[in-house]
Design a protein around this ligand. Structure first.
Ligand SMILES: Nc1nc2c(c(=O)[nH]1)N[C@H]1C(S)=C(S)[C@@H](COP(=O)(O)OP(=O)(O)OC[C@H]3O[C@@H](n4cnc5c(=O)[nH]c(N)nc54)[C@H](O)[C@@H]3O)O[C@H]1N2
Ligand SMILES: Nc1nc2c(c(=O)[nH]1)N[C@H]1C(S)=C(S)[C@@H](COP(=O)(O)OP(=O)(O)OC[C@H]3O[C@@H](n4cnc5c(=O)[nH]c(N)nc54)[C@H](O)[C@@H]3O)O[C@H]1N2
Ligand code: SF4
Ligand SMILES: [Mo]
Length: 674
């Protein structure tokens, strides 16, 4: 008999959907949306549905594996865990705990996935990763401006007169927001989409603004400049609640509208028109993460924040510089879960430069890498160096569901349970503020085990087993400690399947900011504390004709590597019915210039690497723009990160994945001429 259970999507995504999962004879057979979920209301995407295939695929890792003479052999859990813990003890003894690197990302939004940190802290503290490939530059930017990165509640956009979707691929990456946008439009809101690619959200916009990749900070500055020229700024907000406005205004005086138009490749009249739109309040900005993955990414987000401030669209209904919603994650108690006070030492590499740092590390050298919830060989920039670095380390342990490109390089591969095979709570700090319950619905196949079981077993062997001697309920209770006062308990969430977290619907409505001055800071004191002068800057992407004309001559095209429609990063490609292949999407002007036709085999390259694929012409993309979706495995022609740079954003904490110049040529002709 089939049973249907309420559950939750674990994937790293804006939407954090509620699920209805059908189980038949101990097997998940269908994943659907939960119509009772207040935000996601029964609708889910293909990636969510594919979790059924991800759970049941015959390619799942079923047993621990050890590489012997270059070949994987099955090994018992006992032996694998004994050997790994012995290696860890030896390494700690000889080199200290920092000789172990924990390389991870956030492939699973489960609260208890963070217990990996507890394990490593109890070990004495390992080399950790800081910053984020995903949203790091923008988070840091909003901390400088507002004191933190908070968004409005998901329904508040219905109060906006004008909505600016700025570099967010809403219909593909944030489907429930797309539905709310459609509703807002029906109610009369005007929608503007700013993006180098004419994406499906642009199709429903009242106006699409096509922009040169990486130049959004200049556009925001241009709109601010026009607002000041036309006297459209919100003087009351500026005078009462901000600091450092004079510095910003001076910056704007140093550049003309004409120059801004030339740099952004947006006509001056469009910039002026946008100044009026921002003055016609409330105007909300919904930023995506694509546009801050550039060298100037921090300043880009800061300049957009500054525009929201000048126009007085902060802390009001229907407004906001919406980027991330860290209030959601801050509801949970992570200090006690992670036991950070157990660290005896600390060393951090940025996630972007982990490979270079591994290769350079001397005191101590990296002797072991443990990879959890991440696939660095595919997802971390500059794959050739990532490969070299990971292969240079004597012990590589990868915990995953599948034999990924990273797992292929490992010395030990440990098979993990999927979200339907263990109990956890799921939330995302990107969009809405509900936490969802995911019960254990089935047993893992073969000998696959939950990550938490693996940490617990390793902890026992390492001599800190008592720090892991808790039941799932106790762990979950620990994570909810801060919420008890609001009456939120494990029992309640289990019963109700989701719960609303006590966060502000309209952040900053009291105009009390979390900055050192308590005001909105155009000149950031936090930035100054961190060694920057804190001023807003008009700066270029690292790889652009403005910053590096020589490079731009050799590599004239901007390469974006945006998130794929049907896969969450690298997680689904191997499960597609049709074998995936690299699709190279290029703006029409490139095809016209080079005489390329739809369907041609092309090569895209720069000094870091090359990739081959099939050309698809984008009729409406911004000139000189190319896109190859990220996540594709090497066996299918990837990864796109063979081309990307491991540079760090201006504020040090973000990636510059889209700050990437390339060239392109037809490939068939090339092979024929050899
Ligand atoms: N289908 C799907 N959905 C996902 C994911 C997935 O892998 N697949 N991943 C999830 C995760 S982890 C994240 S972080 C989010 C990301 O969600 P988004 O921020 O929506 O995704 P991105 O693909 O990073 O890029 C968004 C948009 O930025 C545009 N863009 C790139 N460069 C620029 C620029 O310089 N200026 C402007 N204005 N726009 C630019 C791109 O053309 C694209 O339309 O999506 C989540 N949702
Ligand atoms: N070129 C380019 N690169 C990018 C991006 C881009 O836009 N362009 N986007 C960046 C962004 S926004 C992000 S968030 C990162 C994502 O980077 P990653 O998180 O590394 O990517 P994923 O492919 O989602 O997942 C990594 C692995 O985690 C495994 N996994 C899933 N759940 C679990 C679990 O519960 N336990 C364990 N042990 N493993 C699990 C999956 O099987 C998968 O192999 O990629 C970044 N890289
Ligand atoms: S991947 Fe995102 S949109 Fe799709 S089901 Fe999961 S949370 Fe929902
Ligand atoms: Mo991400």
């Amino acid at each position: 008999m089939n049973e249907v259970y309420q559950s939750a999507c674990p994937l790293n995504c804006w939407d954090s959907c509620g699920f209805k999962v059908t189980v038949d004879k101990g097997k998940v057979i269908k994943v659907d949306g939960d119509p009772n979920h207040p935000i996601t209301k029964g609708k889910i995407c293909g990636r969510g549905r594919m979790l059924e295939a991800r759970t049941n695929s015959s390619e799942r890792l079923l047993y621990p594996l050890k590489k012997v003479n270059g070949v994987f052999e099955r090994i018992s859990w006992e032996k694998a865990l004994d050997e790994i813990s012995e290696h860890m003890k030896e390494i700690k003894e000889q080199f200290g705990p920092l000789a172990v690197l924990h390389s991870h990302d956030y492939a699973n939004n489960g609260v208890l996935k963070n217990l990996d940190q507890r394990f490593f802290n109890c070990f004495g503290g390992v080399t950790e990763l800081k910053g984020s490939l995903c949203w790091g530059a923008g988070i840091e930017a909003q901390k400088w401006d507002f004191g933190d990165a908070y968004s409005h509640g998901p329904e508040d956009v219905l109060n906006s007169k004008n909505i600016i979707v700025w570099g967010r691929n809403v219909s593909r990456t944030n489907m429930h927001f797309y539905q709310t946008l459609q509703k807002a439009k029906l109610q009369g809101a005007r929608l503007f989409v700013i993006d180098p690619i004419f994406n499906p959200t642009a199709k429903i916009a009242d106006q699409y603004i096509s922009i040169k990749a990486g130049m959004d900070g200049f556009l925001a500055a241009g709109i601010s400049k026009e607002m000041l020229r036309l006297g459209l700024e919100d003087r009351k907000f500026l005078n009462s609640f901000t600091e450092g406005f004079e510095g910003f205004s001076e910056l704007l005086n140093g550049i003309s509208l004409q120059e801004i138009s030339e740099i952004t490749e947006v006509p001056a009249e469009e910039i002026t028109k946008l100044a009026y739109i921002f003055a016609d309040k409330p105007t909300s900005i919904y930023m995506g993460l694509g546009m801050q993955r550039y060298k100037n990414g921090g300043n880009t987000i800061r300049l957009i924040d500054a525009l929201a401030a000048i126009s007085g669209n902060i802390g009001i209904k229907g407004g906001g510089a919406n980027y991330a919603n860290l209030q959601v994650g801050q509801s949970f108690q992570y200090n006690e879960l992670s036991l950070s006070n157990r660290k005896t030492g600390q060393r951090q590499f940025t996630i972007m430069k982990q490979a270079e740092e591994i290769l350079a590390a001397k005191s101590p050298p990296i002797q072991m890498i443990i990879v959890t919830c991440g696939n660095p060989l595919t997802q971390v920039p500059d794959s050739n160096i990532v490969k070299e670095a990971f292969l240079s380390v004597p012990n590589l342990v990868v915990i995953d569901h599948y034999m990924t490109d990273t797992a292929m390089m490992a010395d030990y591969v440990l098979p993990a349970a999927t979200s339907f095979e263990e109990e956890d709570l799921y939330y995302s700090s990107m969009y809405h503020h509900y936490v969802n319950y995911g019960p254990k619905l089935t047993d893992p196949p073969g000998e696959a085990k939950p990550d938490l079981w693996i940490w617990t077993e390793l902890a026992k062997r390492m001599g800190f087993g008592s720090d892991f001697d808790y039941t799932r309920d106790q762990w979950l209770q620990m994570s909810l400690a801060l919420l008890e006062a609001n009456g939120i308990t494990v029992e309640q969430i289990k019963q109700e399947h989701f719960t609303e977290l006590p966060v502000k619907e309209i952040p900053w409505s009291d105009k009390k900011f979390k900055t050192p001055s308590g005001k909105y800071e155009f000149t950031s004191k936090l930035g100054q504390l961190k060694g920057d002068n804190g001023f807003l800057k008009l700066s270029f992407p690292e790889e652009s004709k403005w910053a590096n004309p020589e490079l731009a001559k050799k590599y004239p095209y901007s390469l974006l590597t945006i998130h794929p429609q049907k896969s969450n990063h690298s997680q689904n490609y191997h499960l597609f019915a049709k074998e995936p292949a690299v699709k190279v999407e290029a703006a029409k002007n490139i095809a016209d210039r080079l005489g390329l036709q739809e369907g041609d085999e092309v090569r895209v390259w720069n000094d870091r690497g090359e990739i081959k694929g099939t050309l698809s012409i984008l009729k409406k993309a911004h000139p000189d723009t190319i896109n190859i979706d990220e996540g594709i495995w090497s066996k299918f022609g990837g990864s796109v990160n063979l081309l990307t740079s491991s540079g760090e954003s201006d504020n040090g904490l973000g990636s510059i994945l889209y700050d990437c110049l390339v060239n392109i040529e037809k490939w068939e002709t090339k092979t024929a001429s050899y």
